[in-house]
Design a protein around this ligand. Structure first.
Ligand code: THU
Length: 138
């Protein structure tokens, strides 16, 4: 994508981090998870500084379930935002919401090496996608 010469990719700082966590937490309130009971919210930061969020959406045909991360990424991509700088995944469901393998690959499609935050509402872990998905297929 062509960008003006002054374009600076939006990166994480403490303020953006807090906002991403808050948006992911808010998105988890809309989780549709009658089968697992595990509510997840995700928020992505686009390279131009916008935030899109999503929640997990389960289905009676279990394998059709959408993870919160892919919902947030699809919302961003369908709105034209094809470059992601960071993602935050939130769940207070009792275990740390590390993105699943499919979501890691889906995230790789729209990013270089984004920050990946995971929080269970208490601890916040920070990783890089390259750490979670080495030897990424591109
Ligand atoms: N889930 C997510 O939405 N994101 C994750 O990072 C892990 C798992 C969802 C999928 C399913 O609805 C539920 O959590 C249990 O696996």
């Amino acid at each position: 994508m062509r960008r003006p010469p002054f374009f600076k990719e939006m990166k994480m700082n403490e303020e953006v981090k807090d906002k991403l966590i808050a948006e992911a937490k808010k998105a988890a309130e809309n989780a549709y998870c009658p089968y697992s009971g595990y509510a997840v919210g995700a928020a992505v930061l686009t390279a131009d500084g916008k935030i899109y969020s999503g929640c997990n959406i389960e289905n009676a045909s279990y394998s059709l379930t959408l993870c919160a991360e892919r919902v947030a990424l699809a919302k961003a991509a369908s709105d034209g935002a094809k470059k992601i700088s960071a993602i935050c995944v939130y769940s207070a469901g009792g275990k740390m919401p590390y993105p699943c393998g499919a979501c890691r690959q889906f995230l790789a499609e729209f990013s270089d090496d984004p920050d990946v935050l995971a929080t269970d509402g208490k601890a916040v872990e920070e990783h890089k996608l390259s750490e979670l998905l080495p030897h990424t297929f591109r």
